[in-house]
Structures are given as C-alpha cells and as structure tokens.
Design a protein around this ligand. Structure first.
Ligand code: CA
Ligand code: CA
Ligand code: CA
Ligand code: CA
Length: 595
C-alpha cells in the first residue's frame, strides 16, 4: 500500500524512534493449537515454519527460530492431514471447508482469550464437525464467471428489478437502498460525515468497471448493510453473467476515527486511504477513538472487485481504515477479488465469519497499528496472477501482517499492530506453471507486527506455513519476552490429548439423517473415532421415547443404522439421538416423516 500521509517521511521516522520502547509490550508472537500441513515438501512440522533472528535482532537468544517456537515452545501445533479434500481449488468442484470425520481438527483445542469476544470451541479451523456448524451455507458464492446465475434480479431472472444509477453521488443525510430496484455505482458513491446509507437484505449493487465503481464511507459517515443468510446483500461487477472477471470494482472502503500508528493520528490528523489519488478526491482515516462506529456489515458478498490504481495503491474487496470496536463486520464473503479480501489500516474492530475465496493477493491483511480480533475465518487463495492492471500479483498469503511498512517499529498512538485470530482455515494453492507463478505463505508476520494465532488450519501453501520474515519483527517479539525465548502459550482447553480424538460432547461425533424428510425409511450415519458402547433412539416431537434402534458395542469407524417404519407410525416430526461413551457424547437431530 502507499501511505499518503500529510507528513514527510522524515517526520514519521523521527517520531517513531522516540516511541519504540513504549510500544513493545504487546509485540509477542503466539501461534499454538494450529494444524499445519502440506505447506511445502518437507513432511515435518518444523518444516512448516520459516525465519530466524540474526544479529540485527539482539534481544533474541541464540537458537531461536520460528521452527523452535512452532514445535517446542508452542507445543500444541500439529502436522497432520486436516482431511479437507475439496477445500483447495479443484475445477468444477464446490469446496467444503468442513473437515471430514476423523480429522485431527476435531476434539481438542487450546484455550482462547477469555475476553468476552472469543468463543471456546473444541475444534481447530473455521468449521466444527456438526452439520449446522457450516456457517458458509446458504449465502456464499463460488462461480468464477457467473454462468447461469439467477440471483441478480436482471431481465430474464426471477423478480427482475429496474436499475437506479448513482453516478459519482455523495450522500449527505440518510439514504436507503432496498429491493425495489437494483443499483449501479458509477465512480465513487460517497457516504459523507453525518450521513447514513442503509442497505436492505437482498439488495444487489453493481460496481461499474469502466469508472471503478466503489462505495466509500468517509470519516463520520456510516454504512449499514445488514443482509440475512437467505437474502445476502450482493455487491458485484457490471459484466454480463458468464463473462465476469476479477477487477471490476473497488468494493467497500470504510474510514473511521480509530487509532493508527501514523504520526499525529491521535491528534485527529489523518492519512489518505489506499486506493485514492492524494489531494484529488482523497478519503482520510484515523483519529483517537478506538470505539468509533463506521457502521455494520452482515451477510454481504463483494464479488470480482479489486483494482490497482498505481503500484502499491490498490482497491480491495473490504477495507476498514481506522475503524473502531463500534464498527461491525460479520458473515462477509470476498469472492474472486484482484487484491486483498479483507484489509485493515489501523483500528481496533472485531470480526467473525469472514470468507475470502480465490483472491489474487492476501486474504487477511493488516498494518499501521491494527489491533483486531477475529474468529471463524476462511481464506482460500488462488495462485493465478491478478489482471495486468493489478501489477501481476498473485494469491500469496492467508495472512499478510505488518506493523508499519515505512518505519517498522513505529508505535505511536495506536501502538504496535497486534491482531488475535482463532479458528481460521487458510487454504493455499499449489498449482505451478506460468499461470501460477508465485511462492506462497499461509501466514507472514513482518515489519514489526505482533500476532496471536490459535486453533487454526494452514494447508497447501507452496512454500511456508508460517514465516516470521524480518529482524524488526523478531526484535519486537524477543523484547516483549524480556529477552528470553520462554513462551507462555495457552493451555489445552478441551478434553483429550492432542493427536488422539476422544468421544466427547460436541466434537468428532456427528450424526446425519438421510433422506429427510422421509416416507418409509431413514438412515442415521455417524462415525466413531474409537470403539465403545453406542445407543440410537427415536423420540416423538413431544419427547416420548418411540424406539431403540441399536444398543451395544460398536467398532471405530463409520456406521449406518436404518429406521424402517410401519404404516401405523403417524407423519410428523421426530428426533433421533445417537449416544456414545456411556452418554458422554450425544448427537441429536430432527427428522420429518411425510406421507
Ligand atoms: Ca491491498
Ligand atoms: Ca501481499
Ligand atoms: Ca495485500
Ligand atoms: Ca499488506
């Protein structure tokens, strides 16, 4: 990115030097409880990690390396196949990011911070083992060209809508985009200070490619785009369905008054956000209010966005610049973007349920004093280069994390970049050849950042699972530890031993019913990670016990139990309960008998 501050670089460097000592306390890097697999050809856990301090990081003890941290100091990382057979890109296959039964992702996890934000779950990665754990269902999109899509309310599709064109419009008060029409954003749609744009569930907004259509929330403005699981808000390019490509629009750019570590951010001075010509229609971000609210996004897709305006100056899918904890962003998909999926410039907001698919730069990208928390995040990168207009970059990283690009140790105002992430699933792309040129990293920590990454999956990147790539980052980390390499990683939170999958409530133990609804017979399938006593019961809708289908010892592995009913069994709702380990583990579900 380009930092277009109103101050000279000399001022940045000078101010940063003064503040180094004050800002190192939060710079520790922690990564534990994660599964790293197949991120190069080493075949070892240690081989998933890269980077070591040199004499340029004198606070670090001799012998410290990323591999030492990832294997011995944080002892709950695993090198084991997460069983995600369709998560990586496979032509014409809809991906699933829910590991198969028997995955090492299920059954144990390390303790997450007890801060009221993180939710303690007993699995690693973004999706748990139960059918209703897959939060991506119903609102996400995976078609690279848009062929055959029926969801845009265009002529020939269900419920066609007229088109309202917003040609370089600025909104100064309250405005609403609802489903009485579609919307075309030509140039920049600006939500000015004090103005609020509210977007209804199911609204479709096209960003015009020719004018780089972009939604910009200026500092003090707010955008509320709150869709639902079955009626997400769609922001997409204006190419005809079937001809969509990356790089059709600028996505959504939020600017707020939260802290950054740019000089004078806390004094209310500001920086021009990436993606805009400085001085010409610039948008500024940053301030002194980490609680600032720039609006809320929920169930929103941004498709085919991402444009390079100049080298290192790109528009992405979702950008939050100087956004505080009052700003919300949950259940968001970046699909097929030509730059980053989600990018933060400073600020302190928290996110859940983010999914970035097949972008050509990074999935989760932070810098300038960002202090986010995030849980339940999926990134699948592509190895393809971006359009020529976007500097030829390719999907290189699940996380790309900086403290400050221009002065790696600058910490004033916001302090050091320090984000905390739990339950992420990062999927790389190993295709090679001229169309897939690059080395890729699951996680890259650099330019002085700190980070906590827990209970996540990093799978299938070409070169590195996690890299700590430069000396300012190492030095900040080691200083935070008081000069030693003693770590205080989180403890295991869930029953069971790492690497051994127990049968306990809410983890590996999944039961599914098929068909449902059913007429004459329904099958319950489940998998036991170890042998033990199992009972399968049917209950009526009012809780009355109807029948015991199975009771006794079962071997480890998959099982299927059928319930074939007689004609006297009335139609309606029933519940099944599969119980194992003497009742310690239960899976229940609802089935419906129809005539
Ligand atoms: Ca970017
Ligand atoms: Ca990058
Ligand atoms: Ca990036
Ligand atoms: Ca970056």
């Amino acid at each position: 990115m380009r930092l277009a501050a109103r101050h000279s670089l000399g001022a940045l460097v000078g101010m940063g030097m003064i503040a180094i000592a004050a800002g190192t306390a939060s710079a520790q890097i922690t990564f534990d409880g994660n599964i790293f697999f197949n991120n190069n050809a080493t075949g070892t856990l240690a081989g998933q990690f890269n980077g070591a301090p040199t004499a340029a990081a004198p606070a670090c003890s001799v012998g410290t390396t990323a591999a030492l941290l990832g294997t011995l100091k944080y002892p709950n990382n695993l090198h084991s196949d997460p069983l995600l057979p369709t998560a990586r890109y496979i032509p014409n296959v809809l991906p699933s990011f829910q590991p198969d039964l028997g995955s090492p992702a299920y059954g144990s996890a390390v303790t997450v911070p007890g801060d009221g934000f993180f939710q303690q779950v007993c699995y690693r990665g973004a999706i748990g083992p139960n059918a209703d754990d897959d939060w991506t269902e119903g609102w996400t999109y995976f078609d690279s060209t848009g062929t055959g899509r029926q969801d845009l309310h265009l002529t020939g599709m269900p419920d066609p809508r007229p088109l309202a064109v917003y040609d370089n419009i600025s909104i100064f008060s309250n405005a609403y985009f609802c489903t009485d029409s579609n919307y075309l954003v030509r140039g920049q749609l600006r939500i000015k200070a004090q103005a609020v744009l509210s977007i209804c569930p199911g609204t479709v907004i096209f960003q015009e490619k020719a004018s780089i259509g972009t939604i910009v929330v200026e500092r003090g403005g707010r955008l509320y785009a709150v869709g639902t699981q079955c009626a997400p808000i769609i922001i997409t390019g204006d190419a005809a369905p079937g001809t969509s490509t990356r790089g059709q629009g600028g996505g959504i750019v939020h600017n707020g008054f939260a802290k950054t570590n740019v000089v004078n951010s806390c004094l209310g001075d500001s920086s021009a956000v990436e993606g805009f010509a400085v001085g010409v229609n610039a948008a500024f971000f940053g301030g002194n209010n980490d609680a600032h609210c720039a609006g809320a996004l929920r169930y929103v897709r941004v498709e085919y966005a991402g444009v390079e305006l100049a080298p290192n100056n790109e528009l992405n899918s979702f950008v939050w610049a100087g956004c505080g904890t009052g700003t919300k962003g949950d259940y968001l998909e970046s699909y097929f973007g030509a730059d980053d999926g989600f990018e933060w410039f400073g600020g302190s907001m928290n996110n859940t349920h983010l999914i970035a698919i097949d972008g050509t730069d990074d999935g989760y990208d932070w810098q300038l004093g960002t202090r986010n928390k995030a849980q339940f995040v999926i990134v699948r990168t592509t190895g393809q280069p971006a359009p020529a207009s976007t500097n030829g970059q390719f999907g290189e990283r699940g996380i790309e994390a900086d403290n400050n690009e221009f002065n790696n140790d600058q910490v004033q105002c916001a302090g050091r970049s320090f984000c905390q992430i739990a339950n992420a699933t990062f999927i790389g792309d190993k295709r090679t050849g001229p169309n897939f040129p690059g080395a890729t990293q699951g996680i890259e920590l650099r330019r002085g950042t700190g980070a906590t990454i827990l209970n996540s999956i990093v799978y299938n990147f070409k070169t590195h699972g996690l890299r700590i790539s430069d000396q300012p980052t190492w030095q900040a980390h080691c200083l935070a530890l008081g000069g030693g390499i003693v770590q205080n990683g989180p403890t295991l939170a869930c029953p069971g031993t790492v690497g051994v999958i127990p049968i306990t409530e809410g983890n590996v133990f999944v039961a599914n019913s098929h068909p449902n609804p059913f007429r004459n017979s329904v099958n319950f399938t489940f998998s036991l990670p170890q042998a033990g006593p199992v009972q399968v019961d049917i209950f009526s809708a009012d809780g009355r016990h109807v029948q015991t289908l199975a009771s006794g010892h079962m071997e480890a592995g998959p099982h299927s139990i059928a319930w074939t009913i007689d004609k006297a069994t009335p139609s309606g709702v029933y519940f099944y309960k599969v119980s194992a380990a003497n009742g310690l583990a239960n899976a229940t579900g609802k089935i419906t008998k129809v005539n």
